[in-house]
Design a protein around this ligand. Structure first.
Ligand code: CP
Ligand code: NVA
Length: 326
């Protein structure tokens, strides 16, 4: 790789510096694997108590138009551990919430901060922000995508299984939400076989699937979309689900509970997975709805390792995108 630089033992090619992180589809399989490698190295450094202030003096602005526990705290702590600082910008408190344009917000924030993380509703808003910002923009969740969560999921699977390529990942429930879409992209980029089981009306975005099919062909992965939860979970190494009503869909909660009830991850269904399957959920979870307590609090669940890995995966993204080369 050209322009390769070593600092404190961590290689950074510099090729991704300044790039946005809006969806995994924008990254090559090699770039995703390299981000995961950096995440593992940063995690090891943090566990060993080694200083790793790669972003000394850097500031991340974090715009939130939706609630968050993990994303907010892990980005804030991550910046601090990297020697930088994060500013929490609730859309209720900044002028964006009173109608200031996304483009003006992007241009103004770019004069102060070194990167912008945003959690919002419309994916187009994040794309617009990125188009006008002169600093990297990181997608901290939209209605369409949740790519930083899936980086943490990939890191967790890699730690637990020692590989990604060739594994079967099954996702049950709302196939048309942010997690399903980012998982499809992440699995396709890393050569996993992803099987999604959802009822009619909850199938993934066709454009995202079509694009991911091209990646899956290159990485020897595959994408299967079906209606039968048993078929999808059969032989799975990794079982994943997410809430049935995402943020912004609260009014559809009752209908969704009815439509998706056959897709609950429970012990009977997981009998069809591999004996050593692992269970992932991005959290927050609704026990008794999309997953039973026996599964999420049981021996196959790695949901708290997954939550911790938000920190390590995002630190890798921040380091690679925001670190300046001299
Ligand atoms: N998984 C996740 O994004 O959690 P928060 O909504 O708490 O940030
Ligand atoms: N699909 C969920 C993910 C929460 C982290 C939502 O958008 O609410």
């Amino acid at each position: 790789m050209q322009n390769t630089m070593k600092q404190n033992g961590i290689e950074n090619s510099g090729l991704l510096q300044g790039k946005d992180f809006l969806q995994l589809a924008d990254y090559t399989p090699e770039e995703i694997l390299s981000l995961l490698e950096t995440a593992q190295e940063l995690k090891a450094m943090q566990k060993a108590g080694k200083p790793h202030s790669f972003l000394s003096g850097k500031v991340l602005g974090m715009i939130f138009e939706k609630s968050s526990t993990r994303t907010r705290v892990s980005f804030e702590v991550g910046m601090l551990q990297l020697g930088g600082h994060a500013i929490f910008l609730s859309s209720k408190d900044i002028q964006l919430g009173r109608g200031e344009s996304i483009s003006d917000t992007a241009k103004v924030l770019s004069r102060y901060v070194d990167g912008i993380m945003i959690r919002t509703f419309s994916h187009e808003s994040v794309e617009e922000l990125a188009a006008h910002a002169t600093v990297p923009v990181i997608n901290g969740l939209t209605d369409l995508q949740h790519p930083t969560q899936v980086m943490a999921d990939l890191l967790t699977i890699l730690e637990q299984k020692g590989k990604l390529s060739g594994l079967k990942l099954c996702y049950l429930g709302d196939g048309n939400n942010n997690m399903a879409h980012s998982l499809i992209e992440g699995a396709a980029k890393t050569g996993m076989h992803i099987a999604i089981a959802s009822p009619a009306g909850y199938l993934p975005n066709e454009e995202i699937v079509a694009k991911a099919e091209i990646d899956a062909e290159i990485t020897c992965g595959s994408i299967t979309i079906c209606h039968d939860p048993k078929e999808a979970v059969s032989g799975a190494d990794v079982v994943v689900t997410d809430v049935w009503a995402s943020m912004g869909q609260e009014r559809e909660q009752q209908k969704r509970m009815e439509d998706l009830k056959a897709y609950q991850v429970n012990e009977a269904l997981c009998e069809n997975a591999k004996d050593d399957f692992i269970f992932l959920h991005c959290l927050p979870a609704h026990r008794g709805e999309e997953v039973t307590a026996e599964i999420i609090d049981g021996p196959h669940s790695v949901v708290f390792d997954e939550a911790e890995n938000r920190l390590h995966a995002q630190k890798a993204i921040l380091k690679i995108l925001l670190e300046k080369k001299y």
